[in-house]
Write a protein that binds this ligand. Structure first.
Ligand SMILES: C=CC1=C(C)c2cc3[nH]c(cc4nc(cc5[nH]c(cc1n2)c(C)c5CCC(=O)O)C(CCC(=O)O)=C4C)c(C)c3C=C
Ligand SMILES: [Fe+2]
Ligand SMILES: [Fe+2]
Length: 335
């Protein structure tokens, strides 16, 4: 009997590693940004307002105004090889290919937009992977990031008669390897600055404050990362939360508010790093490096430096290797 088409080849057995990040528009223009925002902001893990109330607001006010504004922001950071978030995540996957042995395929996917999680899981399975490590690249867990990435993968698996075995990368907010990688990266970037910062800000993506009260560990995990990074660097770090969205109360203190207040408190030279992002993206390159700088300088600051994310730097890739290798234990070596 001919096996059904969804059967993976029996041998050799392969392992798939799927790096997952948030997602980004396909192009920096309003129609592409609108498609992306419609998918992203329709996710009930992201906007926890009842569908019947939220969808009219989203389809009305939000999707008629925000795509134009956001497209303008994307245009300022877009690269020749596309959106920074997608280009860097792709570079991470390409750099890791082959690092775990010949039986391991490393691929990447985006929770919203392309390449889609379901398509890449299918491609891994079609390529013979009967074990897949899902690696949402969020050091701090939140329902709006880690959980929804895993949900999307499991929704794909729900359609499969013969599923691959699955592992998921746990949050790594307090992992010594992550803290050491951050500290090294910050030290290297600070050593190259033409000035000595009076303050180091760690800016994390914000979340509605309500999510903290509902039990999301994100806020606490951000606090712990910032504390451990400060200890590793032997200096004080100031934690802030960026990218407020909507009218609800968000986690505080807000990055833009703090940047505007610092010069009046005598802090005129600042460096800022975004440890919660595994790849630079709109939120770091436009919101922090461009608008954050403007806010700080207009408020009377003299020197501002945005320190890059771990990205596909040697230190960043070493961290990913360490995190992934640990999860593959027991699955390796592949015959
Ligand atoms: C790193 C963790 C992130 C958390 C937590 C997070 C929560 C969160 N975000 C929004 C709304 C938006 N975020 C947007 C962009 C964006 N967000 C993250 C990461 C987290 N978000 C990344 C990596 C990016 C960049 C994407 C890119 O293409 O570079 C945007 C889109 C841009 C814009 O229009 O401003 C929105 C909107 C909410 C509501 C939320 C928590 C509930
Ligand atoms: Fe976001
Ligand atoms: Fe933003």
């Amino acid at each position: 009997m001919t096996p059904p088409p969804d059967h993976p080849p029996i041998a050799p057995r392969r392992i798939g590693v799927l790096l997952i990040n948030l997602g980004t528009p396909d192009a920096p223009d309003p129609p592409a940004v609108r498609r992306y925002l419609a998918e992203f902001l329709s996710d009930p893990r992201v906007v926890e307002i009842p569908r019947l109330i939220w969808q009219p607001i989203l389809r009305g006010a939000v999707l008629t105004t925000r795509p134009k504004k956001s497209a303008h922001a994307y245009q300022q950071v877009w690269r020749e090889d596309g959106s920074p978030l997608a280009a860097i995540t792709r570079a991470q996957a390409q750099a890791l290919a082959g690092d775990f042995g010949p039986g391991v395929t490393v691929d990447y996917a985006m929770r919203y937009g392309n390449p889609a999680i379901g398509d890449r899981i299918q491609a891994l399975k079609d390529g013979g992977c009967d074990r897949i490590l899902l690696a949402p690249l969020y050091p701090q867990y939140s329902g709006a990031t880690t959980a929804t990435a895993n949900d999307k993968a499991f929704a794909k698996l729900a359609q499969m008669r013969w599923q691959p075995a699955i592992r998921t990368l746990p949050p790594y907010h307090d992992d010594p390897a992550y803290i050491a990688a951050l500290a090294t990266s910050v030290r290297q970037a600070m050593a190259a600055l033409p000035f000595t910062p009076d303050a180091l800000l760690t800016s994390f993506h914000g979340m509605p404050e309500r999510t903290l009260k509902l039990g999301d560990p994100y806020h606490c995990q951000c606090q712990k990362t910032a504390r451990l990074l400060g200890e590793a660097l032997g200096r004080e770090v100031t934690i802030t939360f960026q990218s407020r969205f909507g009218r609800a109360r968000w986690l505080e203190p807000a990055t833009d508010v703090v940047l505007a207040e610092l010069p009046a408190r005598g802090i005129r030279k600042v460096a800022i790093v975004a440890p919660g992002f595994s790849a630079d993206c709109l939120e770091t390159l436009e919101e922090l490096a461009i608008r954050g700088r403007e806010t700080f300088i207009e408020a009377g600051g003299s020197d501002f430096a945005y320190l890059p994310c771990l990205n596909d730097s040697p230190v960043g890739l070493d961290l990913l290797r360490t995190l992934i290798r640990r999860e593959l234990e027991g699955w390796l070596p592949v015959t």
